[in-house]
Design a protein around this ligand. Structure first.
Ligand code: SME
Length: 153
């Protein structure tokens, strides 16, 4: 998808999510809504979901797509990289990322972003995988970053 088309789609998704997440709920229910909307509106999203950071462990949270790893080995992989680096991580080719955890061999590119609460503490990671290489760029980073700010309100 070209960048302009992608940005337009993200803007429409953001408006929908803004409304949906303004209804009574919890961070967990908002994560579930975000995963469902993103996954069904973005054709190239193969796996869309959250890993929850609890007691220094990353445990799977709400997601859409094929069944995923229940827990991610500490300090390893793209999700932990987002926590450790405290910023989004874009991986154009997962085979080139040392320590990448392949929950599903069909996943080929990936973006992860730390999800923070109001105090700036990391509480989860948003992880999106694509079945094709090179699917994520700064447009995804910018828009997904805005979307995850709807979780801890
Ligand atoms: N690839 C991730 C693991 C989670 S799955 O992609 C759903 C990682 O390396 O952390």
């Amino acid at each position: 998808m070209d960048k302009q088309k992608k940005a337009g789609r993200y803007s429409r998704i953001y408006k929908q999510l803004e409304e949906l997440t303004s209804k009574p709920g919890t961070p967990l229910s908002r994560m579930a809504t975000i995963a469902a909307v993103l996954h069904h509106k973005m054709d190239h999203f193969f796996w869309t979901g959250f890993y929850l950071l609890e007691d220094e462990r990353l445990i799977v949270g709400p997601y859409q797509g094929p069944v995923a790893c229940q827990e991610l080995e500490s300090g390893k992989g793209v999700c932990w990289a987002a926590v450790i680096r405290d910023t989004a991580v874009i991986v154009p080719d997962v085979t080139q990322f040392p320590g990448h955890i392949a929950c599903d061999a069909r996943s080929q590119s990936e973006i992860t972003l730390p999800v923070k609460d109001k105090n700036g503490n990391c509480r989860a990671v948003l992880d999106v995988d694509s079945g094709e290489k090179g699917q994520f760029d700064e447009v995804d980073q910018q828009h997904l970053d805005a979307i995850i700010k709807l979780i801890y309100i």
